[in-house]
Write a protein that binds this ligand. Structure first.
Ligand code: ADP
Ligand code: MG
Length: 688
């Protein structure tokens, strides 16, 4: 591990590499362009490109690619070699133009109607705020991806725009608090990633895992996560070797992988990086997911990133830790030590409170998918209802402020904001509630509703934009106030009064909470099919347009893509079930019941009692009938369903019924006659 400092970022064309390799003037000009947000000149781009190419070739790269994040939620690349003909030989070439802009044929990426198919062209444009890196001997250049018309076809463009909006509005607030030295406010994100590891051998024998990423059948094993003996347990050597290699590969790419541990379910694990800017954290999380899969395969394992690979044990999520920090090193959600920081903290906190309450719908929508429908509201994940956990201490402070009352018996006069009454929040007093979907954890918010396979771009676009919008309102009001402190006090008090309904420190899994939330008027959309149709509500179209994050057409395209994806995912799952049933499961059940039948006949013929065989045979024949009927009903539901709501209402229940019939038959059939590895052998497949 002494190599670590050397290893870290060794495959990244980072700031220090640029500083070392670029001519001094170019480096300075480049940095200036970035800081001021101008477009790069061709001359500058040519020099950077040439230096980047030399560095990449030294690292063994032969190709380059613009690396982008289309609406599929994963990353895309199109490799091109550096080769250019020269005389009767070749040279390695890479121009500024190739660095800055690419033109992949984009016709097969989802565009949600943004791009007519005859306009196949899409453009990728370099995002110089995220460093280029080398992966698979290829220089990868992080890029935004847009249509010929300029409309964004990706997740990075709106994310960058939302960060810009947040920066603009947060700076206005900071000016009011006299923080004139701050030049930039950046959204920071740390994305904790959960995943499963199973043996590749058993993975390969499950068509459902191969086609859909989750098991569509499988009876409960005798042991699941009942004993809680996996959580933070000792790592198995094979898993430990995987994690070691994963850490090293991530470090080389400059990803600050920090902690790795076992999670609650058998075979479940988690990785947490150290936070960084939302843009880079998004890129890094994509790389992390990609490397997890790749490195698992090298260790003979399959990494499952699906939200619910197994019924009956916990699914996988992603925690999006979010805050805002200044270029001067201040975390704006850090309560701070001095009175003025307290007041500033309270204002930012109230901004998040108001934003999350006004836009519960957007937070819910940002985590809506067919896969995540299996988690949200289940007993391991936050419910589908957005609420905010602040902890007792902070809640008491807000209550006191709202009531213009004393906090903790402090003299009334001290309750004026701007007086130092704010306690520090040790992490352990604020982090106890693991059931909250959106929790303040000491100096950041932790949004816990994300599914494990999600890009974190979506939820952070929502957070950045909605908070920017409220900060804009606040700044509008405070900038024109004659008495700043008075206006601030009123603003904070009114915000708490108007939005305290969102604050809930209790158990979010309790059934009573659903009723209480309903009484409070909080939104409860159990399924993505309920949530997604609201993305283009008037309020949301206006919000994103106001901050230049999405045009109405761009927002509409996202909605179409998400709804379409929901339908397609469930359609593939249903077809996979039907395929498995007719090819393997029914023949398996019928085979065994036929064998029982002929065994019974043989026994009968020699006068031995065959009640056992006959009974089992009858039971299995009955179940086979149910399986067949279930498959028929599912086929019918598929035929009759087109919209997301129809899939949710007709197809999903039919899938459940079919699964139940199959899962009832499975334990009655000998393991070696059942066509697929069972839950026990999947969940406990990595033994050593
Ligand atoms: P946990 O209790 O969930 O283990 P940690 O404090 O260890 O919480 O952090 C979880 C994640 O939150 C890490 O990825 C960490 O880097 C990230 N995090 C910490 N501070 C911030 C911040 N200011 N902004 C964004 N993420 C942060
Ligand atoms: Mg966490």
């Amino acid at each position: 591990m002494d190599r670590l400092p050397e290893l870290f970022g060794s495959k990244v064309f980072s700031d220090s590499v640029m500083q070392k390799r670029l001519p001094h003037d170019t480096y300075k000009a480049f940095k200036r362009t970035l800081a001021e947000g101008h477009a790069l000149t061709r001359e500058l781009a040519d020099i950077v490109a040439s230096s980047m190419k030399d560095w990449a070739i030294e690292q063994g790269a032969t190709h380059f690619t613009h690396w982008f994040q289309p609406m599929t939620g994963i990353t895309a690349e199109k490799h091109e070699s550096f080769i250019a003909p020269l005389g009767d030989g070749v040279i390695m070439e890479f121009s500024g133009k190739e660095l800055i802009i690419g033109e992949p044929d984009a016709s097969s990426f989802p565009s949600g109607g943004l791009r007519a198919t005859f306009e196949a062209r899409g453009y990728t444009a370099w995002d110089p705020t995220s460093y280029a890196f080398i992966k698979d001997d290829t220089l990868c250049i992080p890029t935004a991806f847009c249509a010929y018309t300029g409309e964004a076809l990706d997740k990075k463009t709106p994310l960058l725009k939302s960060m810009e909006a947040l920066n603009t509005q947060a700076l206005r607030i900071l000016r009011l608090f006299g923080k004139t030295d701050v030049k930039r406010v950046t959204a920071t994100v740390g994305a904790e990633q959960e995943y499963f590891l199973i043996d590749q051998e058993v993975f390969r024998r499950r068509p459902d895992l191969i086609y859909t990423g989750r098991t569509l059948f499988g009876a409960r094993p005798p042991k699941g996560q009942d004993l809680d003996d996996h959580y933070f347990g000792v790592l198995k050597p094979r898993v430990a070797a995987f994690m070691k290699e994963l850490d090293e590969e991530l470090w080389k790419l400059g990803v600050l992988a920090k902690t790795e541990h076992n999670e609650a379910a058998p075979a479940q694990h988690e990785l947490a990086p150290i936070f960084c800017s939302a843009n880079i954290a998004t890129d890094h999380n994509q790389l992390t997911m990609e490397l997890m899969k790749k490195i698992a395969a090298r260790h003979g394992m399959a990494c499952l990133l699906h939200e619910k690979p197994f019924e009956g044990v916990n699914g996988s999520g992603k925690h999006d830790n979010w805050s805002m920090s200044t270029d001067t090193g201040l975390n704006l959600l850090e309560p701070g030590a001095s009175p003025v920081d307290n007041a500033q903290f309270l204002l930012f906190l109230c901004a998040v409170l108001r934003a999350a309450d006004l836009h519960q719908d957007l937070l819910r929508i940002s985590v809506a998918s067919a896969g995540n429908d299996h988690r949200l509201g289940g007993h391991e994940a936050p419910p589908a209802i957005v609420s905010m956990f602040l902890g007792d201490e902070l809640t008491a402070i807000l209550s006191a402020l709202e009531a213009e009352d004393a906090y903790n018996g402090a003299p009334r006069a001290e309750m004026n904001i701007g007086v130092n009454f704010m306690p520090r929040f040790p992490k352990d007093t604020t982090d106890r509630n693991r059931t909250s979907p959106f929790a303040f954890t000491g100096n950041k918010f932790e949004f816990r509703m994300l599914g494990s396979s999600f890009s974190v771009a979506g939820p952070n676009i929502m957070l950045n934009t909605m908070v920017a919008d409220v900060l804009m309102e606040f700044a509008d009001e405070l900038e024109k106030a004659r008495n700043f402190t008075g206006a601030l006090n009123t603003l904070i008090r009114d915000t708490i009064r108007n939005h305290k309904r969102l604050i809930f420190n209790g158990n979010n899994y309790a059934p009573e909470w659903t009723q209480e939330a309903q009484r409070r008027g909080l939104i409860n959309w159990p399924s993505a099919a309920d949530a997604l149709p609201h993305l283009c509500d008037e309020k949301n179209v206006a919000l994103f347009e106001r901050h230049g994050v999405f045009t109405p057409a761009e927002l509409k395209s996202r909605q179409e893509i998400y709804l379409d994806n929901y339908v397609k995912v469930i359609n593939i799952e249903a077809l996979t079930m039907l395929d498995m049933v007719s090819r393997d499961i029914l023949p398996g059940i019928l085979n065994y019941s036929a064998k029982l039948g002929s065994d019974a006949q043989i026994k009968n013929s020699i006068g031995v009692d065959s009640a056992l065989e006959t009974g089992l045979c009858r039971q299995l024949s009955l179940l086979a009938r149910q399986v067949q009927d279930g498959a028929q009903a599912l086929r019918q539901a598929l035929d009759q369903s087109h919209t997301a709501r129809q899939y949710r209402d007709n197809v999903c229940p039919a899938m459940d019924v079919l699964r139940q019939a199959v899962d009832s038959a499975e334990p009655l059939v000998p393991t070696k006659l059942w066509p697929y590895p069972n839950y026990g052998s999947l969940l406990f497949s990595v033994r050593e």
